[in-house]
Design a protein around this ligand. Structure first.
Ligand code: SAM
Length: 293
C-alpha cells in the first residue's frame, strides 16, 4: 500500500488499529471503519496523536458507498479489508466468540449484526444449522452436531459459550490438538455477522470507492472468503472473456483491475511463529485501472 503523505486510505477493518497506525506513520490520511463501537473507541484513543489525519466511521463495510466522504465524491488511494474478528474481540469472554472462555452466546461484531449466536442455536431449524456448519465451518460432522444442538436445546436453551462447546465435544469427540468446537464456532460467527454477504457487497462497491490506480488489499482467513475474492478479481482482471458457443473471445465489460500478485500471498514461517493466528491468512492485491475511454 502506498501510504505516503497526501494519500487517502480506507482501513475498512480498523480493529485494534495496527494497520492504520502503519499507514498514518507513513504520512497518509486514514479513514478507519469498524462495525464494533468498542474497537473504534480503542483505536481512536490509540491513534489520537495523528489528529485530523485519522477519522472513523461506524458501520458495516458492506455500506462503503454510504460513507459521507464517499458520497461527497472523495475517492481513496487504497482500501484494506483484513477480515474476521480481532484478537481483542476473540479474547474478550463477554463477546462470546471463544469456545475456551465462559461468556454469553453473543458473537456479534457490533450492533449492526442481525442476530446473536444464542438466537441461531436456540431458534434456527436443524437443517439450517446443519447447512451453516457444513458451508461456513466446512465441518464434516455438521449433521451430528446440529442434531445434538436441537436435542440439547429442547431440554434447556443454550445461554453460554461453554455449554455450546461442551455439546459439540460430546457429539463428535475430541481428536487431535484442535478443539472440536473450532469449526462450529467459526460457522456460527459467520452466520451471526453475515460475513460472506458483507464481503460480496463491499467488493462490488470497490470500483466506486477507489481512484483509478488505487489499490485493494484483502486479507482472508477462510477458504470461502478467499475464493470469493479470487473469483471477483480474476474475472475483473481479464481483458477478454470466452464462451465455447462464441466464435472468438469478447472484450470483458467488467475488466477493471490489474492483479499485483497472481497468487495469494501467504505468511512466512517466521511470521506464523510470531503470530500463530496468521497461519491461514491469504493476501490478495489488485490495482483499479482507469475507466476505458
Ligand atoms: C482482523 S480484525 C482487523 C485488525 C486490524 N487490521 C489491526 O491491524 O488491528 C477485523 C476487524 O474488522 C471488523 N469487521 C469485520 N467485518 C466487518 C464488517 N463487515 N464491517 C465492519 N467491520 C468489520 C471487526 O469488528 C474487527 O474489529
Amino acid at each position: 500500500m502506498d501510504a505516503a503523505p497526501g494519500k487517502f486510505i480506507i482501513d475498512a477493518t480498523l480493529g485494534g488499529g495496527g494497520h492504520s497506525e502503519i499507514f498514518l506513520k507513513a504520512g497518509a490520511t486514514v479513514l478507519g471503519i469498524d462495525r464494533d463501537p468498542e474497537a473504534l473507541a480503542h483505536a481512536r484513543a490509540r491513534l489520537s496523536e495523528f489528529g485530523a489525519r485519522f477519522s472513523t466511521w461506524e458501520g458495516n463495510f458492506s455500506g462503503l458507498c454510504e460513507i459521507p466522504e464517499i458520497q461527497q465524491g472523495r475517492q481513496a488511494d487504497g482500501l484494506l479489508l483484513d477480515l474476521g474478528v480481532s484478537s481483542r474481540q476473540l479474547d474478550s469472554a463477554i463477546r462470546g466468540f471463544s469456545f475456551m472462555r465462559e461468556g454469553p452466546l453473543d458473537m456479534r461484531m457490533g450492533p449492526s449484526s442481525p442476530h446473536t449466536a444464542a438466537e441461531v442455536v436456540n431458534r434456527w431449524d436443524e437443517a439450517e444449522i446443519t447447512r451453516i456448519l457444513f458451508e461456513f465451518g466446512e465441518e464434516p460432522k455438521a449433521r451430528r452436531i446440529a442434531s445434538a444442538i436441537v436435542k440439547q436445546r429442547a431440554i434447556k436453551p443454550f445461554t453460554t459459550t461453554l455449554e455450546l462447546a461442551t455439546c459439540v465435544e460430546l457429539a463428535i469427540g475430541r481428536h487431535g490438538r484442535t478443539h472440536p468446537a473450532t469449526r462450529a464456532f467459526q460457522a456460527i460467527r459467520m452466520a451471526v455477522n453475515e460475513e460472506l454477504e458483507s464481503l460480496a457487497r463491499a467488493l462490488s462497491a470497490v470500483p466506486s470507492v477507489l481512484k483509478p490506480g488505487g489499490r485493494l488489499l484483502v486479507i482472508t482467513f477462510h477458504s470461502l472468503e478467499d475464493r470469493m475474492v479470487k473469483r471477483f478479481l480474476r474475472h475483473r482482471a481479464a481483458p477478454f472473456i470466452d464462451d465455447p458457443v462464441w466464435p472468438e473471445p469478447r472484450p470483458n465489460p467488467d475488466y477493471q483491475f490489474e492483479l499485483l500478485a497472481r497468487k495469494a500471498i501467504t505468511p512466512t514461517a517466521e511470521e506464523t511463529t510470531l503470530n500463530p493466528r496468521a497461519r491461514s491468512a491469504k493476501l490478495r492485491v489488485a490495482r483499479l485501472l482507469a475507466p476505458m475511454p
